[in-house]
Design a protein around this ligand. Structure first.
Ligand code: KPL
Length: 293
């Protein structure tokens, strides 16, 4: 049995290496029509010399024996990427949604309710130098838990435990907390084209405080009560741990790719609209970035 990974970007490649190094067979699940192949993938770790692993590539519409599927596509690509796989994947194979932002997780469960859905978050920094070479730029926190409602007592699938994920039975709260980090770091770094660590600069403090207070306001109304200062501290801790990293949104902007703005700032604004909350700083950031795409 293999662990299937949908999404061969920086984090998809990083997880493929982490799993191979723990003795798992990994298959990168590519678009329908992709010919079977085995490529040598290179990892530049946080320290020490580069390491290479051979990794299989197979089309996602080809039935194959998979123990677990990790979904590391961009948020906006997740549902489309899942479709060919869900035509044949047995319902009891755990599918772990690990993209940034919120919205697609709930949409996947609603659209394919019979499957075994998990979700998670990872705050590692990673940079894809090419489709077969990734650099690990920051050690992060990795969490996953069942998405089914109410939460089941299921244990963490073995590949996740081996890749350093912690079990979290309140994963929606963890997703929200990761979203709060992405809400503060990603749009600002993408707008100003700076590394995560630049946000530690005093020049950003007022804007970050205002953004954090707006997130806290929406969070409270959604049953995620947290002070703005906690939200800010968490984002600054991640910015420090990934100081040299270019956020995924900045990498997308620089490469001219669509960003996850809609699943990050867009998600917050949609919630604020439903709740009748203003969020002017996030709306302005959204407009600045949406017009740049
Ligand atoms: O998740 C990230 C991202 O870039 O999308 C962080 C944690 C901000 C690391 O860069």
């Amino acid at each position: 049995m293999s662990v299937g990974i949908l999404g061969a970007g920086a984090l998809g490649q990083l997880m493929a290496h982490a799993l191979q190094e723990q003795g798992h067979n990994v298959t990168l699940l590519r678009r329908p029509g992709h010919a079977d192949a085995r490529h040598s993938h290179r990892l530049t770790p946080l320290s020490g010399p580069d390491r290479c692993h051979p990794i299989s590539h197979r089309a996602s519409d080809q039935p194959q024996a998979l123990s677990t599927v990790l979904v590391l596509t961009k948020a906006q690509d997740c549902l489309t990427a899942l479709e060919p796989l869900l035509n044949w994947l047995p319902a009891d194979v755990p599918i772990v949604l690990l993209h940034n932002g919120m919205g697609p997780q709930q949409a996947a469960v609603e659209r394919w309710p019979g499957h075994t859905w998990w979700a998670g978050s990872l705050t590692d920094g990673a940079l894809a130098h090419s489709s077969t070479h990734v650099r690990h730029t920051g050690q992060g926190i990795r969490k996953a838990g069942p998405l089914s409602d109410p939460p089941t007592d299921a244990a963490l699938p073995a590949p996740l435990a081996d890749a350093g994920f912690e079990f979290d039975n309140a994963i929606v709260t963890a997703l929200w907390q990761k979203l709060t980090v992405n809400l503060l770091i990603n749009p600002l770094t993408a707008r100003d084209r700076v590394c995560n660590g630049s946000l530690l600069n005093e020049a950003y403090r007022d804007e970050l405080r205002a953004l954090s207070e707006e997130v806290a306001l929406v969070g409270r109304a959604l049953g995620q009560p947290e002070r703005g200062s906690h939200i800010l501290d968490r984002a600054l801790t991640v910015a420090q741990a990934t100081a040299q990293n270019r956020s995924s949104m900045l990498q997308d902007v620089e490469a001219g790719r669509p960003t996850e703005l809609d699943a990050i700032t867009g998600y917050l604004i949609r919630q604020a609209d439903e709740l009748g909350l203003p969020c002017p700083h996030h709306r302005r950031l959204y407009r600045q970035l949406a017009s740049a795409q």
